[in-house]
Design a protein around this ligand. Structure first.
Ligand SMILES: [Zn+2]
Length: 252
């Protein structure tokens, strides 16, 4: 088996670059490695999209620790990649008069003029999620947040990746009520990215570490958002999901 990941070309003559939404986790780190191989690390801009209001869960206190951990995962991963071009987007990313992707793009372009493509490590699950948000009626406000899990249970065969993730790991409806991103904004965000992994499940993406002989890079990735002495707390849903992905991909 050989998987071909198609990446578009850029013009070095025009000093073009690419940007990647990166978080140091298994899938975005793999994409970073592929982009660096194709374009050179000097042409890859790393984006941290971390408005504080995104890392809050409704009803809980602001998780400062979580915010710091996500940021530290980002910086640690980039250090391993020898990356140096960084754009951090915080609460100023949220502006009801702009689509969030356009706002991010404008911020990137203030710093780097010729960013040709924006990459994301989205998988089949992201496509399933958007489709789920439409068919459940959430996108038009016909179904409320608390009813989403029931709808997913009733239609689980239509959304196998989303169902597995939501039921076994995330254990909450697949929308953050506090994230403030409406469906139109989410869809626009999704459509605006170049998504080389979009036809793959996350297990299939993680299996590419083996296929591309990059197993030794897995130790450079961090999935956990809980601040402990170690990179991984081993208990949270993100740690459990990481273990599942690595086991299913035959990498443990
Ligand atoms: Zn954890």
């Amino acid at each position: 088996m050989s998987t071909n990941i198609e990446l578009p070309t850029i013009s070095h003559l025009n000093d073009e670059k690419v940007a990647l939404t990166y978080n140091g986790d298994l899938t975005s780190h793999l994409l970073a490695l592929l982009l660096i191989e194709k374009y050179g690390v000097e042409n890859v801009v790393f984006l941290l999209n971390l408005p504080k209001s995104f890392s809050k869960i409704s009803g809980s206190v602001v998780a400062d620790d979580k915010y710091e951990k996500i940021k530290s995962n980002f910086l640690q991963g980039i250090e391993k990649l020898n990356g140096s071009l960084i754009v951090e987007n915080g609460d100023d990313l949220i502006d009801q008069h702009y689509k969030i992707f356009d706002k991010m793009k404008a911020k990137v372009e203030e710093k780097f003029k010729n960013v040709k493509y924006y990459f994301g490590a989205e998988s089949i699950r992201d496509t399933e999620t958007l489709s789920f948000l439409v068919s459940s009626g959430w996108s038009t406000g016909e179904r409320i947040y608390n009813e989403l899990l029931d709808f997913l249970e009733e239609h689980k065969t239509d959304y196998p990746e989303l169902y597995n993730y939501t039921t076994n790991f995330y254990k909450k409806p697949p929308v953050l009520p506090s994230a403030g991103l409406d469906y139109i904004n989410r869809k626009y965000f999704y459509d605006s990215y170049t998504k080389p992994f979009i036809n793959l499940t996350e297990v299939e993406i993680v299996a590419l570490y083996k296929e591309f002989n990059l197993q030794d890079k897995i130790k450079d990735t961090i999935s956990c958002h809980i601040m402990t002495e170690n990179d991984h707390c081993q208990n949270c849903y993100r740690c459990q999901y990481r273990k599942y992905l690595l086991t299913q991909a035959g990498l443990t």
